[in-house]
Ligand binder design. Structure first.
Ligand code: DAH
Length: 347
């Protein structure tokens, strides 16, 4: 029996020595120490021993069990440590490798120019206001003196939401004039930038969505001189003191008199051509139209409850993209909306 116990111990120790996974160790534990294990099987035969032999064998058996248990614990911690080492080696991080850089964006060139323009007007006492892009035809047209049947109301020019043509995407920021005047009394001095929509094909100077900046000043004794003074001051701040501008008489239903203001083309410097070719930025005009303006029509004032005998006002609406193109020397409007990073990175 003693030999049997010694043999079990030797076999168990040898087997444990080479077992290198938790599963293999567990299997050996069951095999040698388990209820149906080899050691238990030998102990069960103790009953057949004599009274003198039994304590001696019992002692040997206990020390064999203790030796196997010790070895098992040792191997368990060795296997565990080896597994941990392997895991740590596999998951090793080289903290000296440079990290992934996060590309930082910046303001869109058009918004930069918008901010610049807003700052200039705010410095001159204008208040910035915001209004709806989904607008009523009443504000976009009727109350601006644009009668039924006017070509700008045509379905081929305007995006309507309803069959009765009463709700639309605003085609201009001018409805903000009415929205402001029906709520505030003079003196009024506001700037209303925002998106406008027209059924235009996109080309170098047109897009079905673009931005306008509406301005409105109403008070006693406001004249065309104030209009020209304000716009020339702003344009020189934006484009430099030597920027060339011109005012042309024009017609708008909601202003009287009306005008348009052009800036000399920054691409061809007013010649209308580049290397014998028609300048693609101004279509050979030499000038780029920047805005429409005029003295607010007395009927528009009256329609908003403002007495045209007492008050007068000027208004203007400029195209932001055109302003940005001139300011940033961009020669195709579509580049502003394409959002190609290579392009945007230049600003
Ligand atoms: N709303 C006009 C347009 O989109 C521009 C305009 C002209 C605005 C004259 C005005 C103005 O405020 O007085 O063409």
């Amino acid at each position: 029996m003693k030999e049997q116990l010694e043999l079990i111990k030797a076999q168990a120790i040898a087997a444990l020595d080479t077992a290198d996974t938790p599963a293999a160790l567990e299997e050996l534990r069951v095999r040698y120490l388990g209820k149906k294990g080899e050691l238990t099987a030998v102990l069960k035969m103790m009953g057949k021993l004599s009274a003198e032999e039994r304590p001696v064998m019992g002692q040997i058996a206990n020390s064999v069990r203790a030796d196997i248990e010790n070895m098992l614990e040792q191997r368990k911690s060795a296997v565990h440590a080896a597994a941990l080492d392997a895991k740590l080696a596999a998951e090793k991080i080289d903290v000296t490798i440079p990290g992934n850089t996060v590309a930082m964006g910046h303001e869109h060139p058009m918004n930069k120019v918008l901010q610049e323009i807003k700052d200039i007007f705010v410095g001159m006492g204008y208040q910035i206001v915001d209004g709806p892009e989904v607008e009523l035809a009443a504000y976009n047209f009727t109350r601006l003196n644009i009668e039924e049947g006017h070509p700008s109301r045509d379905r081929s020019d305007t995006f309507y939401f309803t069959d009765d043509d009463k709700v639309l995407l605003r085609t201009q920021t001018s409805p903000m004039q009415v929205r402001v005047m029906e709520n505030a009394k003079p003196p009024i001095c506001i700037l209303a930038p925002g998106r406008v929509y027209r059924k235009d094909e996109a080309d170098a100077t047109h897009s079905p969505m673009f931005h306008q900046i509406e301005g409105l000043v109403v008070d006693e004794n406001i004249t065309m001189g104030d209009l020209k003074g304000a716009l020339i001051t702003v344009m020189r701040r934006i484009y430099g003191q030597d920027a060339q501008m011109r005012f042309r008489p024009h017609h708008f239903p909601f202003t009287e008199p009306s005008c348009e203001m052009d800036m000399q083309c920054h691409k061809c410097h007013g010649t209308g051509e580049i290397d014998g070719q028609v300048c693609s930025t101004c279509h050979g005009e030499g000038w780029i139209e920047l805005l429409g303006a005029g003295m607010v029509h007395p009927d528009v004032l009256k329609g908003c409850g403002i007495d045209p005998e007492k008050y007068s006002g000027f208004a203007f609406g400029m195209g932001l993209e055109r302003m940005a193109m001139g300011r940033m020397r961009i020669n195709d409007l579509r580049l502003i909306f394409d959002n190609v990073v290579r392009f945007l990175n230049q600003f």
